[in-house]
Design a protein around this ligand. Sequence first.
Ligand SMILES: [Zn+2]
Length: 265
Amino acid sequence: MLLIGFLISLFVAYGAERRGSLTQTGALWAVIVGTLVFGLGDGIAGLALIAFFLSSTALGKYRRGEKAEASEKIIEKGDRRDGLQVLSNGGPAALFCVLYSLTGKTMYLVGALASLAAANADTWATEIGLLSKSPPRHILTLAEVPAGTSGAISLTGTLGMVAGALFVALLTWLEPSQGTLLRTLLITLGGIFGGWMDSVLGATVQEKRHCIKCGEATEQTRHVCGGATLVTEGIAGIDNDTVNALATTLGGTAAAVAWHFLVGR
Ligand SMILES: [Zn+2]
């Protein structure tokens, strides 16, 4: 199974790198993550990984022009996913799949699926939220903030988040097993919880930078205007990738723990 997982991942990652969706390091990590998820996740986790990768890549390209203006001054990285982005989205799922293969406990497979649902929920929330006509609001203070700000939510983005979690959860119906309904429910809820945690952590602990040249808020270490940036809020070093990794881990863990208490295996 690991060999089949490796070959599928190599094929997908090579194609994505050639098409500009992944950097070279991104493609390398995608092969490692993909091999573990496809090889050890009973097929169903590999399907969820592919669903996440293809749908988020497609959404990233959809109406790119309209979104570019809103995000290019704020967001740290473009559409091309690098190694850290691949790891923060797919790393927790790969670890859950390793735990699943070592212990045989279904709770870890549920954790892998929910962490992928969380990654998908967050990506859909961001991509769909950037299309919102009204400015998003800070998740805790509800103050209006510029589109693309971490920790900002909008109605459109929230609907995208729920749809993103449901998309992965409903796909898991394709491989029914004992407790399919509960599993689907926990994957959905874990995905939404992870997506929500991404916003909460993004609004609180994630570093906020300001450009010392033009004064605009940004996630970039060097602003598009050429100015250097300084951390003015949050914890320095906790960037978008760290928050993403925490959120996908928390979403997966919440679903795994819930499954353990309700089903016990
Ligand atoms: Zn600037």
